[in-house]
Design a protein around this ligand. Structure first.
Ligand SMILES: *[C@@H]1O[C@H](CO)[C@@H](O)[C@H](O)[C@H]1NC(C)=O
Ligand SMILES: *[C@@H]1O[C@H](CO)[C@@H](O)[C@H](O)[C@H]1NC(C)=O
Ligand SMILES: *[C@@H]1O[C@H](CO)[C@@H](O)[C@H](O)[C@H]1NC(C)=O
Ligand SMILES: *[C@@H]1O[C@H](CO)[C@@H](O)[C@H](O)[C@H]1NC(C)=O
Ligand SMILES: *[C@@H]1O[C@H](CO)[C@@H](O)[C@H](O)[C@H]1NC(C)=O
Ligand SMILES: *[C@@H]1O[C@H](CO)[C@@H](O)[C@H](O)[C@H]1NC(C)=O
Ligand SMILES: *[C@@H]1O[C@H](CO)[C@@H](O)[C@H](O)[C@H]1NC(C)=O
Ligand SMILES: *[C@@H]1O[C@H](CO)[C@@H](O)[C@H](O)[C@H]1NC(C)=O
Ligand SMILES: *[C@@H]1O[C@H](CO)[C@@H](O)[C@H](O)[C@H]1NC(C)=O
Ligand SMILES: [Cu+2]
Length: 569
């Protein structure tokens, strides 16, 4: 809808970056205004007000180069609280801009503003930004593209053009209403009514619009797809008819080129894909649909499309060619793709996997149930309401910022008793687990790490209530994904098969259904960092926790002071 605005934005920014780099060949300072507002929007033959940034859905693309600092002035002209998170940006020593509501800041209230300093460091590739309060990220999100520094280049031939591919979902109903409804009735959220590519459902839906994304390609040229899964609740499969994809990056880090017929992408994850236009001139669909491993739940089984159209004079087939995607419940297809990613691990883009581990954690990820409020019937299992937990603790968010409390030494906001291991050991992935395992405890517990601790964290999916995948996301860090598998993690056997040579560097990792994933990172970014499942319903149910990484001894190993305009509760 506002593509013109986008182009101007990008042009102006391009000029700015160019000027900045002429003056100073190092890092540039890039500025954006983000006006949060309610905007009338039409999809699927119906109209509603959605929350947007600058009236755009998806929101504006932020373009910067490796090492730049981006200042975003967030101005809340809407009638609800909001916060904005820079997904995948580590913000060294500066958690103040990170964004998760009540973790690092109080919300930006209507009529107020917050100038967020987004400090890029070693990220290079595709990242994104999104709202991090309630369910507003459904429409408040956009790309954050980090190009190589001036004078450096991609570790692959320069693509002819870059194409944003933002996967999302759309409810005909107001998103706040969708959230309040399932939080009140205790059941699953209503499934989305459509999936989207760059905000458009595409030809397989009624009232698809002429603005459906169309990418015109020249025969023989290569295109870089900058893809993110911005959908709320599901992993997605994506493919382009008749074209092989070459994955070259994920989560703002390069990978070894991986040839694939489809990709599986988690909510929160980004994937950089090269597309070579080497097929007969025609029109081809790119398509995405949900992967849903949970047979119990109702889900949106539709397919969103956009069009790849070759340039030139030819007679295209009557309708674009449709790709084949894995079946909606093919967990092998999801896990196989995810576990095939490898770091580039080259001289120019080296890796640094911690080899000596000082802290070992095993965290179980479970869906739970809690009793319904007295005298009401909930829509969860056996009339209970759904909850979710990590190591059996459902996170109870405070009404003030944990970062603020930590920095100022305020007691009583959180506890530091998050367990290293599950409080109770059982066969995590067994069928028909005892119902007594379903009830979690609740708390606001954090895990405190020393500066430079080297952490190995194994996520263990459980079959409590129902086993599903969990795309786990850590703020403030990238981590190496050193292993994964189905079933229970075996502390003796599984580490022998770790990949410590070229594990992928990620910020979001899909833990397989009734399986496990092992990650490693060095705690060298002091601050308060949220970790959570990136399925929004699981966040609402409490599948989250917080790491506090203490200052080191050196002056450059300490949290920087907060900005003067931090929002107040
Ligand atoms: C499109 O509209 C037709 C006629 O109203 C209906 O039968 C069909 O289910 C709709 N398709 C979708 C994808 O909504
Ligand atoms: C999935 O992979 C497992 C091995 O990891 C194999 O035993 C099983 O047959 C596969 N299932 C399908 C449907 O391919
Ligand atoms: C993925 O599946 C292919 C084909 O079945 C197989 O050759 C490959 O080993 C699998 N990769 C992983 C990482 O499981
Ligand atoms: C539940 O309902 C019963 C019958 O309507 C009533 O007597 C009782 O006070 C109610 N309990 C609560 C906690 O509301
Ligand atoms: C956590 O437990 C306390 C005390 O039992 C309760 O008041 C609170 O509502 C619970 N929080 C959540 C999120 O369930
Ligand atoms: C755990 O449960 C799985 C699935 O039911 C089963 O295959 C496995 O044998 C069990 N493991 C143990 C140690 O009982
Ligand atoms: C979680 O904690 C509750 C309360 O202590 C307990 O009843 C339940 O069995 C625990 N579940 C697991 C899986 O540890
Ligand atoms: C942290 O680890 C890095 C890498 O091993 C090392 O260079 C640095 O001296 C360490 N700093 C502290 C305070 O331990
Ligand atoms: C907005 O944020 C303020 C500050 O935390 C809080 O007092 C208020 O209840 C919030 N409003 C809503 C509707 O959540
Ligand atoms: Cu989850």
């Amino acid at each position: 809808m506002k593509t013109d605005m986008n182009v101007i934005h990008v042009l102006v920014l391009g000029l700015f970056v160019l000027l900045g780099n002429m003056l100073q060949s190092q890092a540039a300072l890039v500025r954006y205004n983000f006006v949060i507002q309610e905007t009338k929007y039409t999809r699927l033959c119906s109209s509603k007000n959605i929350l947007t940034v600058n009236g755009q859905y998806p929101g504006p693309t932020i373009s910067a180069r490796r090492g730049d600092t981006v200042i975003v002035d967030v101005i809340n002209k809407a009638s609800q609280n909001i916060t904005i998170h820079w997904h995948g940006v580590k913000l060294p020593r500066y958690p103040w801009s990170d964004g998760p509501e009540f973790i690092t800041q109080c919300p930006i209230q209507p009529g107020t503003r917050f100038s967020q300093k987004v400090v890029l460091s070693d990220e290079e590739g595709t990242l994104w930004w999104h709202a991090h309060s309630d369910w507003s990220r459904a429409t408040v999100h956009g790309l954050l593209v980090v190009s190589p520094k001036i004078g450096t280049s991609f570790p692959f031939p320069k693509p002819h053009a870059e194409v944003p591919v933002i996967l999302g979902d759309w409810w005909k109903n107001d998103i706040q209403t969708v959230m309040e409804e399932f939080m009140t009735n205790g059941g699953d959220p209503a499934p989305s009514d459509a999936l989207t590519i760059n905000g458009q459902p595409g030809d397989f839906y009624n009232c698809s619009r002429p603005e459906t994304t169309k990418v015109n390609v020249d025969s023989g040229k290569t295109y870089l797809l900058r893809m993110v899964n911005a959908a709320m609740n599901n992993i997605m499969f994506f493919a382009i008819a008749d074209h092989q994809l070459t994955v070259v990056g994920t989560d703002g880090a390069y990978t070894k080129p991986l040839k694939a017929n489809y990709v599986a992408i988690s909510p929160g994850q980004t994937i950089d894909v090269l597309l070579v236009a080497n097929q007969p001139r025609n029109r081809y669909y790119m398509a995405a649909k949900l992967y849903n491993s949970n047979p119990r739940s109702e889900f949106d089984d539709t397919t969103t499309t956009a069009i790849i159209e070759y340039n030139g004079k030819y007679t295209p087939s009557p309708s674009p060619i449709v790709p084949t995607l894995p079946a909606f419940n093919d967990r092998n297809a999801s896990a196989n793709f995810t576990s095939s990613l490898r770091s580039l691990a080259s001289r120019v883009h080296p890796i640094d996997v911690p080899m000596t581990i000082t802290r070992k954690f095993l965290y179980t990820l479970s869906i739970n149930t809690l009793p319904c409020a007295s005298n009401t019937t909930c829509l969860g299992p056996r009339h209970n309401r759904f909850a979710a937990s990590i190591n059996n603790i459902t996170f109870d968010a405070p009404r003030t910022s944990i970062l603020g409390a930590y920095y100022r030494g305020v007691n009583g906001v959180y506890g530091d008793d998050f367990p290293d291991n599950p409080p109770f050991i059982f066969n995590y992935t067994q069928d028909n687990l005892n119902i007594s395992l379903e009830t979690p405890t609740n708390g606001t517990e954090v895990k405190v790490l020393k500066y430079n601790d080297t952490v190995e964290l194994v996520f263990q999916g459980t079959n409590v209530v129902s086993g599903v995948d969990h795309p786990m996301h850590l703020h403030g860090y990238s981590f190496y994904v050193v292993g994964s598998g189905f079933g229970n993690f075996d502390r003796q056997r599984d580490p022998l098969n770790y990949n410590l040579v070229d594990p992928p560097l990620q910020q979001t990792i899909a833990v397989p259904q009734n399986g496990w994933t092992a990650i490693r990172f060095r705690a060298n970014n002091p601050g308060v960092w949220f970790m959570h499942c990136h399925f929004e319903r699981h966040v609402s149910w409490g599948m989250e926790m917080v790491f506090i990484v203490r200052n080191g001894k050196g002056l450059d190993e300490r949290i920087l002071p907060p900005p003067s305009d931090m929002p107040k509760c």
